[in-house]
Design a protein around this ligand. Structure first.
Ligand code: 5GP
Length: 189
């Protein structure tokens, strides 16, 4: 009998403003058999986010209860807020043979890699610090103070990129997405 196929974790990570969200959306468009995990966060929703359904927005109390009940695959505190990956959805999808995308920060990514060594870690890099800064400003969701905090954290995250399986330069979304798709297809052969 053939072995049951277990899915792989595809971790899209890297600095805030590097374009991870756009890359994930394009990956799903090109590879509809992939599924994406939806994180929980204590951060307040941005004006367009409820429609996007990008996160489960919860109170700090609920989040800490989830941590206590071991309901998260990984979690991190980031810019005064908590972010985490609900475990059940991911574990179920992997057992159904689905490859699952996680769009998470660097600390979370390295935690997952420790527990799931065959996950594929992609570090998404913006072409320059200036480009990152401009993307955060253009997004319009952060105050200048918060942008400075994100930029400082980005430097720390950039220093971890050698721990990743692949570094993808997001100088063009189409090119970056193609590079990731080529790697995923090769891994599936
Ligand atoms: P934002 O507030 O811009 O939506 O996200 C801030 C950072 O938190 C981003 O780098 C994002 O990738 C990361 N993040 C989102 N969800 C999770 C998660 O479930 N776990 C971890 N560790 N980081 C996350």
């Amino acid at each position: 009998m053939k072995d049951k196929k277990i899915g792989k974790l595809i971790i899209i990570s890297g600095p805030s403003g590097a374009g991870k969200g756009t890359i994930c959306a394009e990956l799903l468009r090109h590879m509809p058999d992939l599924v994406i995990s939806r994180s929980v966060t204590t951060r307040a929703p941005r004006p367009n986010e409820r429609k996007d359904r990008s996160y489960f927005f919860v109170s700090t109390e609920t989040f800490l209860e989830m941590v206590k009940n071991n309901e998260l695959l990984e979690y991190d505190q980031h810019f005064e807020n908590y972010y985490g990956t609900p475990k059940k959805f991911v574990v179920d999808m992997l057992s159904f043979g689905k490859d699952v995308i996680l769009e998470i920060d660097v600390k979370g990514a390295l935690q997952v890699k420790q527990n799931y060594p065959d996950s594929l870690l992609f570090f998404i890099e913006a072409p320059s610090e200036q480009a990152l800064y401009e993307r955060l400003v253009q997004r319009g969701s952060e105050t200048p103070d918060k942008i400075q905090i994100r930029m400082a954290r980005n430097k720390l995250e950039l220093a971890q990129r050698s721990k990743y399986d692949y570094c993808i330069m997001n100088d063009s979304v189409d090119r970056a997405v193609k590079e990731i798709i080529d790697i995923l297809k090769e891994k599936r052969q």
